[in-house]
Design a protein around this ligand. Sequence first.
Ligand code: FE2
Ligand code: FE2
Length: 362
Amino acid sequence: MDSINYLNTIENLCVENGKLQAIIESSTNGIIEVNAAGDILKSNPAFYHMVNISPVDDIVYNLGKLLHSEDLKGELSKLLTGGEDILIKGFHLPILRGKKEEMHYLEIKFSRVPVMNQDFIIGIVKDKSDIMRALSNREEYISTLLNMIHELRIDNRDSIYHIASLVELRDHTTGKHLERVESYTKKLAQEYMLTFGDRDPRLNETFVDDMAVSSILHDIGKVAISDMILQKPDKLSISEFESIKEHTIIAGEALKEYKGRKDFLAMGREIATYHHEKWDGTGYPTGKAGTDIPLSARIVALCDTYDALVSERPYKVAYSHEKAIEIIREESGISFDPEIVELFLKINGDFLKIREYYDDDS
Ligand SMILES: [Fe+2]
Ligand SMILES: [Fe+2]
């Protein structure tokens, strides 16, 4: 390499290094480098802001205790020799802001990062306090509601609607939205069972009934979202929209004990968590795509969207049935499972009948 080329390469490396540095410095997540003994070697400004200490201070006592615990040291050593990433969730850290002590909930993920011939341990630190606070305030409320729903399921279906509609009423829709979504879900799930029933023995009448009943829980996580955001008539800001998105995670957390169980609330959890995922992977909260999204959530997503399209909302007029069909057809393979769109197109007359049956002011 001649000297001019050599200098150019060095200059390019310096520019790249500067850019990387700027990204790290401006990140809102804390970024730290630790060694296998749990000592923090380097960190970015967001980390210092998060734990409210200046770079010259000693590390906050219990964070230091966590980082220097024998367990973590063992994990960090394993990580350096090819072990899996380490995720520490909901780590409680009391932080003094002025005279007030706030309890913060941090999440730290340690990964091994190879650079040239050396391996480093980098930790990404996220402050999850807001969502954890929302959960602890509302968790009791949600679990009371869910227990009531669970108890009432067999005896009194109307009561389930009344409980679940507490959420929908705050969200500018009416209880009829839930009844319609349940009816659409039942029709579409039945059609799915008739068409693809031989794929899986679980696709039976009970499955269809469970899916229809649990569809009414799709937005139950909104109990933890503030009225100011839910009822805002104007367009939401980016951060307000981010808050709304949390309703899926909150429901998933509140219903986590039902995960994997053969229970209609297990399906309720799937639907409440994944009903905003999209077939192409651009939805939220996880960005799951295709058949990784649970079938129940794929079916309810279409039913919920159809009802939103043909209903008036504070931000839109009610579209005609034909216009809703057109939009859903265009979203086949983008937002929705193409097979489910095909089934919807086949039985769209039933959707119209259900819409007309519940024709009301909603
Ligand atoms: Fe939702
Ligand atoms: Fe909905």
